[in-house]
Design a protein around this ligand. Structure first.
Ligand code: SDX
Length: 429
């Protein structure tokens, strides 16, 4: 029998059911709070509100745990690839060899883009941000492949097994095309003999006279970067995907909204902000000490630090920090920004200001240094995050689409505006 939550206001009391998730998280079922008490719960930023039940990922912020369908991210990082992890996140189980081969084939066979989409790139002004292009063109996929974006939930679910690998493949091609447009370079068509990350780097960096061939270390580092971004519970962009999906919108439209949400500097835009922060510190001839003091005076924000959920460490940041060193060693690159990052991390981990506020490096702190080492330009960093997060967005769309008689998400509010008043004609204002 579940514990009851008792709410007493004045001389009235009510009881509400509670329930416990599979990893021990406890919740009060407030679905009937307003109809029972006349009150709503107020939770600006939803820090204390569960918007859904989900079986996809689990984070224990106090212990720095992240699991996808029960598998620790550290094990997946060590033993799996991005597409294998994507399959797990979407379908709930690690793929058999046959399932993995079929999924990879579907991703592989959908790399090309409808030629009609190529002309859209010409419509964007030069230096358009690739995240704006990506959000727009992901939604446009529904115009070119309408059978995969009907907004008829049953049909969209029936076509899901086609649409999911299709989108994981296409986002990579659209991202590379956005970069080529920004650089004023011709598109490079995918090479059917290359694996996922290799093909992306080929489409980004090959030229008509020289094919780009990524080393094994670079390919593995990029694949690991994408894997570590694959899903992360109800973060801002994933919750946006669910919000849009709850209205019955198709996968492409829902994910396009997720791309827009990810772009914000407090969310997926942070990896770009981290590099700009490190470059500014380096340019100032600061070893990070002055910047840390400025952050403590709230005159600056240590981008790549802090997290709404992780209050001990972000396991992804630990892994990415190690990969950075490997890649830089292999490339025999000395990056002063890595030294500054290490010093900032060390200083913050010893400083009571950061310790009291549970501020540790998050996934974005080392991401930018790794992407920079691979040769990805700064304004493509958040695009790389979007490519990585695609499986999580797709899995969350499917999870909400499968909810029988699912309800549209429609939060309440507490109105604090002016009371009722009559219209005032112009000459009396
Ligand atoms: C991602 O949700 C996810 O799962 C996101 C993500 C994913 O995989 O999807 O993990 C990806 O978005 C990672 C976060 C990337 N963003 C950044 O690195 C931007 C810098 N960090 C912050 O702005 C901040 O830490 C947030 C947005 C990440 C979390 O903000 P919260 O939980 O709303 O915390 P807060 O703003 O209420 O801060 C609490 C205190 C405040 O100080 P006090 O008012 O208590 O004195 O901590 C301070 C803040 O000023 N603080 C920071 C800080 N982050 C919080 N001080 C300096 N530097 C920082 N980065």
């Amino acid at each position: 029998m579940s514990e009851k939550a008792k709410l007493t206001i004045g001389d009235q009391s009510w009881e509400f059911d509670t329930f416990v998730g599979s990893e021990g998280e406890k919740a009060i079922d407030t679905r009937k709070l307003r109809s029972t008490t006349g009150y709503i719960a107020y939770d600006d930023g939803y820090g204390n509100t569960g918007s859904c039940k989900s079986e996809i990922s689990f984070i224990d912020g106090e212990k720095g745990i992240l699991r996808h369908r029960g598998y620790p991210v550290e094990q997946l990082a060590e033993k799996a690839g991005f597409l294998e992890t994507a399959y797990l996140i979407i379908y709930g189980e690690l793929p058999t060899r046959a399932q993995a081969t079929k999924f990879r084939r579907l991703v592989h066979d959908n790399t090309e883009i409808h030629v009609g989409i190529e002309s859209h790139f010409d419509g964007f002004p030069p230096n358009s941000h690739p995240m704006a292009i990506l959000a727009a063109l992901i939604n446009s996929l529904g115009c070119y492949y309408p059978e995969l974006a009907t907004n008829n939930r049953q049909q969209d679910l029936e076509n899901f097994d086609t649409a999911a690998p299709f989108l994981i493949s296409k986002v990579r091609t659209l991202a590379a095309m956005a970069y080529r447009t920004e650089m004023g370079m011709p598109f490079v068509y995918p090479d059917p003999n290359l694996l996922y990350s290799q093909n992306f780097l080929h489409m980004m960096f090959s030229t008509p006279y020289q094919k780009y061939e990524a080393s094994e270390t670079i390919t593995r580092a990029l694949d690991l970067f994408l894997l570590l971004h694959a899903d992360h519970e109800q973060n801002c962009s994933t919750s946006t995907v669910r919000m849009v999906a709850s209205g019955g919108a198709n996968l492409f439209a829902s994910v396009s909204a997720g791309v827009s949400a990810l772009w914000g500097p407090l969310h997926g835009g942070a990896n770009t902000a981290v590099i700009k922060m490190l470059q500014a510190i380096h340019k100032d001839g600061d070893d990070g000490t002055r910047f840390i003091e400025a952050a403590k005076r709230k005159e600056a924000r240590l981008m790549g630090f802090g997290h709404r959920v992780y209050k001990s460490f972000d396991p992804r940041a630990k892994i990415l920090g190690e990969v950075c060193v490997k890649v830089l060693d292999e490339l025999k690159q000395e990056d002063p920004l890595l030294d500054i990052a290490r010093r900032l991390e060390q200083a913050a981990l010893e400083d009571s200001y950061f310790i009291e506020r549970n501020l540790y490096p998050n996934v974005d702190f080392y991401s930018g240094i790794l992407l920079k080492a691979i040769g990805i330009p700064v304004d493509m960093f958040t695009v790389m995050f979007a490519i990585g997060r695609m499986p999580g967005w797709i899995a969350n769309w499917r999870e909400i689409a499968n909810v029988k008689d699912g309800r549209i998400h429609r939060p309440r509010q507490i109105y604090t505006g002016p009371g009722p008043r009559d219209f005032i004609p112009f000459d009396e204002r």
